[in-house]
Design a protein around this ligand. Structure first.
Ligand SMILES: Nc1ncnc2c1ncn2[C@@H]1O[C@H](COP(=O)(O)OP(=O)(O)O)[C@@H](O)[C@H]1O
Ligand SMILES: [Mg+2]
Length: 495
């Protein structure tokens, strides 16, 4: 009881609990476009960085190769060059260096400087930098030992200063090569700038294309959402337009299918409430009418009315009981599953049913099998069927109960020799409040077969009606019997 109250309270609060505020995030289209833009940016930037690194390395190697070539030429001149004035080998380091300078045309980014007598003497081409103190201070420490160093020349950028000492027995000198690195790097940078512009344009182009394409692809989804937004509870008959043949179309179909079920459920609920209301109103009207007209002075009338009203209240109680049972049948705790011996169940139902009326009661056959089920509910269902059979037969007619098992399904049935159920009524009679031909004065509500059906369904089975030759109806409850799962495993409860 306490649990039931708690559940009801929970449902009530959850119904009224405010829905979390809807915060619209970035649309899928924006996210796709952003992801594409990010990936393209990374790819282009990565490619640019790699090209820049490789090209810088190549430039560096080129500079070193050029310097090596100059030095090789100097070595050649030193070894077997002749003084152009005397026609004999050089006897002075200074003359040799100046001859080298005169003969060598330096590259655009190079200055060759001859250094002897403790100072820079000549520069080729004639460059102001060779006369600066910065140049002197850089080159001087390297003159005796040789080597190279990098400096920053104002106005020119980074430069590589390479010193190659040249010695004779009497004199010391050196060839100094200044290579401006910025010039060739500048070219590379220009190329990279062009690349950046092209990359940026491609990025814009690709992102725009991604936005357009994703917009196009997602358009049906937007239509789907807008239409779904429009469909309100009162207007469940509307359906989404199904176009195309992709997964969004599949989603649309699924959604429409869901609306079908939702609509059916709503309609069913409304009808059910309607029917239940009507059924309850009749006995209430009867009660009220009798009470209104009751003459309390007459003891016989009071007694008569009392009996009548009690009968009406019983009828109402039965209806309410049936409705509660049907409502419960959807709940998981509706059944208490235990192994049920069908042979015993069949015989038991027949024994109980005998009291319902003067009929020729017959046991057709019994199934020697155990199924997992709720014995009480199954008995209740079969008794409903025998009750109906009694209602639709006359004294002396045959009513048979039986069960069978075919290794896959178990069947429980009630057969009678009454008028039977016409084929066009066979679906209708299982609906709630669904009734076909009934004899006048029949007090039923049309809920009996719904209850049978609910019990069968909660067991994973079904119920159907068929002809029982030569005449009459046979109502069969079909229960699935899983091949694995021997029911004996389940111990019988102590109670
Ligand atoms: N054994 C039967 N033979 C013929 N018709 C039947 C039989 N059992 C049920 N029906 C039909 O099915 C209808 C629905 O049955 P049920 O749901 O038990 O409701 P109720 O018994 O209250 O009418 C009955 O009104 C009757 O027309
Ligand atoms: Mg009935």
């Amino acid at each position: 009881m306490a649990a039931a109250v708690a559940t009801a309270a929970d449902t009530a609060t959850s119904r009224w609990r405010a829905r979390p505020a809807y915060r619209p995030g970035a649309s899928v289209r924006v996210r796709i476009s952003a992801a594409v833009a990010l990936l393209v940016t990374l790819a282009l930037a990565g490619a640019g960085a790699i090209v820049y690194a490789v090209e810088s390395q190549r430039l560096e190697e080129q500079v070193v190769a050029e310097i090596d070539q100059e030095l090789a030429e100097l070595a050649k001149l030193q070894e077997n060059g002749l003084n152009p004035d005397t026609g004999r080998p050089f006897d002075s380091v200074g003359v040799m260096l100046d001859t080298f300078l005169a003969r060598n045309v330096p590259d655009d980014n190079e200055i060759l400087v001859s250094w002897y007598d403790g100072r820079p003497v000549k520069a080729s081409p004639q460059e102001a930098f060779a006369g600066t103190t910065l140049f002197r201070d850089t080159a001087e420490p390297l003159i005796t030992e040789g080597g190279s160093t990098r400096i920053d020349v104002p106005g020119y950028g980074e430069a590589l200063v390479t010193v190659q000492p040249v010695r004779s027995s009497t004199e010391d000198g050196a060839l100094v090569i200044v290579t401006y690195l910025e010039e060739s790097r500048g070219e590379l940078r220009d190329t990279m700038r062009t690349y950046a512009i092209v990359a940026l344009l491609s990025l814009l182009l690709v992102t725009a294309a991604a936005a357009w394409l994703s917009g196009r692809l997602l358009a049906p989804l937007r239509v789907l959402r807008e239409t779904a937004d429009d469909i309100s509870e009162s207007d469940l008959a509307r359906r989404l337009p199904v176009t195309g043949n992709d997964d969004i179309t599949a989603l649309t179909r699924t959604f429409n299918g869901m609306l079908d079920r939702l609509e059916a459920a709503f309609v069913g609920q409304r009808e059910f409430l309607d029917d239940a209301g009507h059924e309850l109103r009749t006995p209430l009207t009867v009660l009220r009418g009798h009470l209104e007209l009751l003459d309390t002075g007459s003891p016989e009338e009071v007694a008569e009315t009392r009996a009548l009203l009690l009968e009406e209240t019983d009828r109402m109680a039965r209806l309410v009981g049936d409705l509660i049972l049907l409502a419960k049948s959807d709940r998981p705790d509706f059944l208490r599953l235990r192994p049920v011996d069908l042979a015993a169940l069949t015989a038991d139902v027949l024994a109980k049913a005998r009291g319902l009326g003067d009929r020729d009661w017959v046991l057709d056959e019994t199934a020697e099998v155990q199924v997992r089920g709720d014995e009480q509910r199954l008995t209740q269902a079969l008794l409903q069927l025998t009750d109906n059979a009694v209602k639709h037969t006359r004294p002396g007619d045959t009513i048979a109960v039986g069960s069978s098992y075919d290794g896959d399904q178990a069947r429980l049935w009630v057969r009678d020799t009454g008028p039977g159920v016409p084929p066009d009524q066979r679906e209708h009679i299982f609906e709630r409040f669904g009734r076909a031909a009934v004899s006048p004065g029949d007090e039923g509500f049309g809920l009996g077969l719904s209850i049978v059906s609910a019990i069968a369904r909660s067991h994973g089975g079904s119920v159907a009606v068929e002809d029982a030759p030569p005449q009459g109806a046979r109502f069969v409850i079909i229960l699935p019997v899983p091949a694995t799962a021997p029911p004996e495993e389940d111990p019988w409860p102590a109670s």
